[in-house]
Design a protein around this ligand. Structure first.
Ligand code: Y39
Ligand code: FE
Ligand code: FE
Ligand code: FE
Length: 229
């Protein structure tokens, strides 16, 4: 059987480093926001405070790891781009937190953002430079734990969370598709195809909704929201 030809990626080309300056910034900003979000969730769920502080600590470690990936390639992350990239989700999380809507906060961080991270990191690993691959392999294991935290809490509180979850899904899932469209070109330069990202996200998100207690019919309806955004 003919072997798939490995496509050589020049990690030092200007094209690669330019795209990396934005993707690396997104990931660094995302990890920082994930840290902030788990600290905030700990205030909203006092009985889970220590558990959530542990997740926050992992996010800070992830941020440092990805900063070292940028330094290793002598890339300066475009943090302004990273902040703008997360602005809508950031705002929605803050608004929900202000209103004490813990279910919405969990959907945004522990389901949507974690599934986005899981998809992105799994697709990145095979095309990453050796240094970044080792870091990302360690990180993605933690992201499954973070997703699991959200799943478990929402599963235990499914009946009282269902309506708010549907609402939060409708408001936030289209934002993810817009974010994905914004990075499609840069992701491709790094060897990551949009179709693969969408597929992995859909699988992770659909499984999460199923584990929480949604029916297949609900999942189909919910995960199609804003796909054309
Ligand atoms: O929980 C986490 O650690 C998530 C914050 C990190 C988000 C990572 C977002 C990755 C999107 C990258 C898109 C590249 C195509
Ligand atoms: Fe913030
Ligand atoms: Fe993380
Ligand atoms: Fe995470």
């Amino acid at each position: 059987m003919p072997q798939l030809e490995a496509i050589a990626i020049d990690f030092q080309s200007e094209t690669y480093k330019d795209a990396y300056s934005r993707i690396n910034a997104i990931v660094i900003e995302g990890e920082q926001e994930a840290y902030d979000n788990y600290i905030k969730l700990g205030e909203m769920l006092p009985e889970q405070k220590e558990n959530l502080a542990g997740l926050a600590k992992m996010e800070m470690r992830h941020k440092k790891g990805f900063q070292s990936c940028g330094r290793n390639l002598t890339v300066t992350p475009d943090m302004e781009f990273g902040r703008e990239f997360f602005a809508s989700l950031h705002q929605n999380f803050q608004d929900a937190a202000t209103q004490g809507k813990v279910v919405t906060c969990l959907l945004i961080q522990s389901l949507i953002i974690e599934c986005f991270a899981i998809a992105a990191y799994n697709i990145y690993i095979p095309v990453a430079d050796d240094f970044a691959r080792k870091i990302t392999e360690g990180v993605v294991k933690d992201e499954y734990l973070h997703l699991n935290f959200g799943e478990e809490w929402l599963k235990a509180n499914f009946e009282t969370s269902k309506a708010e979850l549907e609402d939060a899904n409708r408001q936030n899932l289209p934002i993810i598709w817009r974010m994905l469209n914004q990075v499609t070109d840069d992701a491709r330069v790094l060897g990551m195809e949009k179709e693969a990202l969408v597929e992995d996200f859909m699988i992770a998100y659909g499984e999460a909704l199923s584990n929480i207690g949604f029916s297949t019919r609900d999942i189909m309806r919910m995960s199609a929201y804003g796909l054309t955004a």
